[in-house]
Design a protein around this ligand. Structure first.
Ligand SMILES: Cc1cc2nc3c(=O)[nH]c(=O)nc-3n(C[C@H](O)[C@H](O)[C@H](O)COP(=O)(O)O)c2cc1C
Length: 296
């Protein structure tokens, strides 16, 4: 029997979940642990699993053309150690007393495992030899999840649980209610507004535009449609605004979260440096204003 090689040090630095792959042979069901499992398409939902040559699981799936992906929860380290520590050719793992609790499958014949975060039933649609593993692609024929379970994480050969959520770091800007409302209107419910703007500085002042019907003054900025080149969009916008500004190559990114009480709006600004070609009719403002201070 070929066993899976113990990985070298660097390879152990990936972080993954761990799944239990269930399969069936004429002798009955089998289970193995697999960290190399991932969704590779939304429509149809396709899942790729990478299984080493010589495993009982591979033989089973090649024959039956189906398998179960049971994504382990943090309570299932014993199950994973048994599924990953022995081969079905050595012992009937599923037959061991008090280790695996099975669930009846809905669309395939292979049993599924209880207590997981997800149970996914797959039909084999593709097989590809890749190095010392075989990629098996399964088309999902049934999928369910359990919100009360939390996934098991695998890193450097050890098991972990998920930590607390990380809110990506953003510059917090306290604004007036009307300013926040203005940006919320622009966002139209989007989680983040993606803006492109230009920063023109002169004598420690910043070139600003005044937004109609508001108190707001900001650097000139616009919201490009998804997929549009931001620099080209900015050029057009400046033209429309009759702002004679030369856009330079240099650009930065500012990630802000505007706050007023409990209300927030996240904004990403791609900001190009600009040179003002004409000073007439322009408004210059010091960097005192909170929004401008964070964009400059
Ligand atoms: C945490 C963990 C993750 C594993 N991930 C994989 C994997 O992604 N692919 C693989 O071929 N083997 C993986 N293994 C090893 C198999 O689970 C192991 O070789 C098992 O004995 C195969 O069982 P079988 O011969 O009954 O199919 C993993 C083992 C552990 C403990």
């Amino acid at each position: 029997m070929l066993t899976r090689k113990v990985p070298s040090k660097a390879e152990r630095y990936f972080s993954t979940g761990v799944s239990m792959i269930t399969s069936t042979s004429t002798k009955g069901p089998n289970i193995m642990a697999a960290e190399w499992v991932m969704q590779i398409s939304y429509r149809p939902i396709l899942i790729a699993v990478f299984i080493h040559k010589g495993s009982q699981t591979l033989k089973n799936i090649e024959k039956t053309k189906e398998f179960g992906v049971n994504v382990a929860s943090k309570e299932q380290t014993t199950e994973i150690n048994v599924a990953g520590g022995y081969s079905g050719s050595e012992i009937d793992k599923m037959g061991l007393k008090n280790i695996f609790k099975t669930l009846k499958p809905q669309r395939i014949k292979t049993p599924m495992i209880a207590g997981c975060t997800m149970n996914i039933e797959c039909n084999l649609v593709r097989k590809e030899n890749l190095g010392d593993h075989v990629m098996l692609v399964g088309k999902v024929v049934h999928i369910k999840h359990d919100d009360t379970k939390s996934p098991l994480i695998y890193h450097k050969g050890r098991y972990f649980r998920l930590g607390s959520m990380i809110e990506p770091d953003r510059q917090e800007v306290l604004t007036s209610k009307s300013t926040l409302e203005f940006f919320k209107n622009l966002a139209q419910g989007r989680f983040v507004i993606k803006c492109v703007g230009v920063l023109v500085e002169s004598k420690n002042k910043v070139l600003v535009v005044k937004w109609p019907k508001t108190e707001l003054e900001t650097i000139p900025f616009s919201i490009p449609p998804t997929g549009k080149n931001q620099r080209e969009h900015l050029k057009k916008y400046l033209n429309q605004m009759r702002l004679d500004i030369q856009i330079e190559r240099e650009s930065t990114m500012r990630r802000l979260v505007l706050k007023n009480g409990k209300e927030i709006q996240r904004i990403n600004f791609v900001i190009f440096k600009g040179k003002n070609n004409s000073t007439k009719n322009n408004i210059w403002k010091s960097k005192q204003d909170r929004i401008i201070a964070n964009l400059a």
